[in-house]
Design a binder for this molecule. Structure first.
Ligand code: U2P
Length: 283
């Protein structure tokens, strides 16, 4: 027989109900406050959980165009290396992008650590040089190396595929070596020049023929400044998203004229300094 005290309906005094209610509200408040703290902590650190990206964009820059904006020289400035300077496209970064034309940035991950990539030093100075004197923003409200900026802003968001900091840089260098855009263009006669202009359609076709996908281009004052090669998440070449519908409903596209220049860096008027003296000690 079941004891009657176990079958009888439970009786609560009103003060018990009030206590239970207050306790539940308290627990909910603590949970919400904790979640808010975590979110605030992430925002303060400038990092956030963001949805998984769709594809990669290898961003390459043309130093002859970029360096026209450089008015002064400093030790780390790749624009000022004279005969040691870059002669073709250099790496800007490997970016994780969404198909809708937006991209994640500053995802959660390890902070930049220069020692992790110290063995890549020579390759990074040569093929992924810092072209500007000014320091780059990191994701923590400070400023630092260009590589720090690229790892923290983009590399952390690509980590599901490219892994840690070292692997992010190695993957990017390998893609850059595999698809030598400077060589592809030179084979068609598109070489650095301060007098020639080249059809942008010809430049895009040359890449399409070799890369088997359509790149994206960006210009500045009539000169080619950036060229993007896009890849799916297995690193198979794919078309870049060239035209996208933005939030305001308008279409965006590259700002290149029909004929573009590829300015020659070596013959620019920049004051030339010796090759990268100070940064060598920083990684
Ligand atoms: O285009 C201006 C800057 O926006 C960032 N960008 C652009 C396109 C894209 O697909 N992903 C992306 O991140 C770049 O910022 P950065 O890495 O230089 O800080 C680009 O220079």
């Amino acid at each position: 027989m079941i004891p009657s005290n176990l079958t009888a309906p439970l009786k609560f005094a009103p003060r018990h109900l009030v206590f239970a209610l207050v306790l539940s509200i308290g627990l909910v408040c603590v949970a919400v406050a904790y979640a808010g703290d975590v979110q605030e902590e992430l925002l303060l650190r400038g990092v956030a959980e963001q949805r998984e990206f769709d594809y990669f964009k290898l961003a390459l820059q043309w130093p002859g165009t970029y360096c026209r904006k450089t008015s002064k020289c400093c030790a780390q400035n790749g624009c000022c290396r004279g005969s040691n300077g870059p002669t073709g496209f250099t790496i800007h970064g490997l970016w994780a992008d969404y198909n809708d034309g937006t991209w994640p940035s500053c995802c959660s991950g390890k902070k930049f650590d220069a020692t992790e990539i110290s063995t890549l030093r020579e390759a990074l100075y040569k093929y992924w040089p810092t072209l500007s004197c000014s320091k780059s923003k990191n994701c923590h409200g400070g400023k630092g190396l260009f590589w720090e900026h690229e790892w923290e802003k983009h590399g952390t968001c690509a980590a599901s595929v490219t892994g840690d900091e070292y692997n992010y840089f190695v993957t990017t260098l390998n893609l850059y070596f595999k698809y030598n855009v400077t060589e592809i263009l030179a084979e068609e006669g598109y070489v650095a020049s301060n007098s020639e202009k080249y059809p942008i359609g010809g430049i895009i076709s040359a890449i399409q023929n070799s890369f088997k996908a359509t790149p994206e281009v960006e210009c500045s004052s009539g000169a080619l400044e950036e060229l993007y090669l896009c890849f799916d998440k297995t690193f198979k070449p794919r078309d870049c998203v060239i035209e996208t519908t933005t939030n305001s409903g308008t279409l965006t596209s590259s700002k290149c004229p029909t004929y573009v220049s590829l300015p020659d860096l070596a013959s620019s008027n920049l004051e030339h300094s010796s090759a990268y003296p100070t940064l060598k000690s920083s990684i």
